[in-house]
Write a protein of this length. Structure first.
Length: 600
């Protein structure tokens, strides 16, 4: 709030602005009627002579500052009224809310070097205001500001005291910025202002003092403390809204509530304290509910994390429990590493398990990993031993193959290479690099032998190509003997063809199979015809067939006689049996007679 210290006709000039800070009653004050006034600062300059004209009582202080010297700067301040010095406005109290702008003092007019009367020392256009004296300090006519950064000319001699003419020629200062108006707060209805200016607020059934606002009207004082209440209520309402957001944790809300309760305490405010307390209590109940939901979410997350950890342990134990001979070491090792990475990821990002539960699961997981690693090391140690033995065996086979590579005994050496190949397969595997290198050596020796052999066979095939033409002609003659009409003539012709066949010699290797198979087919047909004739003309075969037919005829006659007797007696069962037996023997007899006809 601003008050003019003088109401004389000099109000057209700039009035010295005085700021009076509202005083709040602290919680430990003994009386609500006490009003703590802000301490008045000491005057900035010594008063001038008593005969200063009275019409200058409302004029502001004029600061005449000569150019500062390099070592010391003198500031001569002349008061407007020797009887009354306008005190400097005090700074805003630290206890005031940041959102409540305090009234600011009107800015002092800047001295204009062009408005100074003649003979006056030329002052710096950017004159710095004198520093505010400490409360209780003795007034001094001179002040020692901070030295200027750049060197300036030496100060001129001080002039005479300022006259009214000087003040009349001085330009008017710019108008002070208007103070921002506040919307009246309805919370002011919960307070009152006593006759001595003390502000009271309703607190339950009674009331208590919250402070005073000197120099302000009752309504202004009530509005000031009501706005402070509105700020606290807005903070509590904001905390209520944050409590409804799922991303805000109960811990953050509890910290905010603790700070809010600290500010509320015995707050020097005017408003509905009961509603504010109820709003804060509602926030506390929301925090309690959020704590319960967070506790339930943590329990669910812990249960899910436990399930995941148990699954990781089960997978690790399943891998470690496989039979050694069935383990795919590369795949299983990669899976075990992935399980360990998943375990670490769960430790970093998953919910924390109880210490004893996590320790027990880790022991199982670690035991499975150690068991698998031990089996893997044992397997690869044995594999290294086996590979060493396989390498030694294959090195010997390579030496034998290299010794046989230059052999000219084609048939025997080919068989030897076949046996070496069987031994190579049975020797097992060395390491990949060693095994591949040894195989290249073995294959090189084998290919060298068979390449030489194939070259010789190719030369022989070229030599035997004429023999192939001869045998193809003989094969065509032999095939003309089929089907066999005259067995003896066919046999004689085939014998002649066979003699020529043997005399023709070898044919190329690629044609041996088709030529030999053709000749064997003709020989088999002639042989089958000869055997069939032998069966027909063999006396022993004929005698056996005739004997069988005779026996069947005698047996058939006997069965017919027994059947006639059974029919005479009317024995139906025996008739049926003898009838079936008679039909079977008749069939046998027909087959035996057919064989005799074929032989005859």
């Amino acid at each position: 709030m601003t008050d003019n210290p003088s109401t004389t006709g000099a109000e057209a000039n700039d009035a010295t602005t005085e700021v009076e800070t509202p005083v709040e009653t602290s919680a430990d004050e003994t009386s609500a009627d006490e009003v703590v006034q802000a301490p008045e600062p000491a005057p900035e300059a010594a008063p001038a002579a008593e005969d200063t004209p009275g019409d200058l009582a409302a004029e502001p202080a004029i600061v005449v500052e000569p150019a500062p010297a390099p070592a010391k700067e003198e500031i001569i301040e002349v008061p407007d009224d020797p009887d009354e010095l306008a005190p400097e406005p005090e700074a805003e109290p630290a206890s005031e809310s940041e959102s409540e702008p305090e009234p600011e003092p009107a800015s002092e007019p800047e001295s204009d070097p062009e408005a100074e009367p003649a003979g006056q020392p030329e002052s710096d256009p950017e004159t710095e205001p004198a520093s505010e004296p400490e409360p209780g300090a003795e007034p001094a006519g001179e002040a020692e500001p901070e030295p200027a950064a750049a060197p300036v000319p030496a100060p001129p001699k001080p002039s005479a005291a300022p006259s009214p003419k000087m003040f009349a020629a001085r330009p008017k200062p710019p108008a002070a910025a208007p103070v921002q108006a506040h919307t009246p707060s309805d919370s002011a209805r919960f307070g009152r202002v006593a006759e001595d200016g003390t502000v009271f607020v309703k607190d339950g059934e009674g009331e208590r003092a919250v402070g005073s606002y000197p120099g302000a009207t009752d309504e202004e004082a009530l509005q000031y403390f009501a706005r402070k209440y509105d700020e606290l209520y807005a903070a509590a309402d904001l905390l209520t809204q944050r409590a409804a957001l799922p991303e805000v944790t109960s811990k953050d809300l509890a910290e905010g509530l603790t700070g809010l309760r600290t500010h509320i305490g015995e707050a020097n405010v005017v408003g509905d304290l009961v509603a504010l307390t109820a709003l804060v209590d509602g926030v506390e109940s929301q925090i309690t509910s959020k704590r319960e939901s967070e506790s339930a979410a943590r329990a669910a997350a812990k249960a899910e994390a436990l399930t995941v950890r148990e699954d990781l342990v089960a997978q690790a134990e399943a891998i470690a429990g496989q039979p050694v001979e069935r383990i795919q070491w590369k795949t299983s090792s990669a899976t075990m590493r992935a399980l360990l990475d998943s375990w670490k990821e769960q430790q970093r990002t998953g919910a924390r398990l109880d210490k004893d539960v996590e320790a027990a699961l880790w022991q199982r997981f670690s035991r499975a990993r150690n068991s698998f690693d031990k089996a893997r090391r044992t397997h690869f140690a044995e594999l290294e031993t086996t590979r060493t033995a396989a390498r030694s065996s294959k090195e010997k086979l390579v030496k034998e193959a290299q010794a046989l590579a230059t052999s000219k005994d084609w048939a025997a050496t080919a068989g030897a290479f076949k046996r070496l190949m069987d031994q190579w397969r049975q020797a097992g595997r060395a390491s990949r690099a060693e095994d591949d290198a040894l195989w290249e050596q073995f294959k090189a020796a084998q290919d060298s032998f068979f390449a030489a052999k194939d070259a010789v066979v190719a030369a022989e095939d070229e030599e035997y190509r004429a023999n192939l033409e001869v045998k193809l002609g003989l094969l065509a003659e032999a095939e003309k003997l089929l089907p066999v009409q005259d067995l003896e003539a066919t046999k004689a012709a085939l014998r002649v063809i066979q003699d020529k066949w043997d005399a023709a010699g070898k044919v190329p290797r690629a044609d041996i199979d088709r030529t030999e198979k053709g000749m064997r087919r003709v020989e088999a047909a002639v042989r089958e015809a000869d055997e069939k004739k032998w069966r027909r003309t063999n006396p022993e075969v004929t005698a056996r067939a005739q004997s069988l037919a005779t026996q069947l005829e005698a047996s058939l006659a006997k069965v017919e006689e027994e059947l006639a007797q059974a029919q005479a007696k009317g024995n139906s069962t025996k008739i049926a049996d003898l009838t079936a037996k008679l039909e079977a023997q008749r069939s046998w007899l027909e087959q035996a007679r057919g064989g005799l006809s074929d032989i005859g």
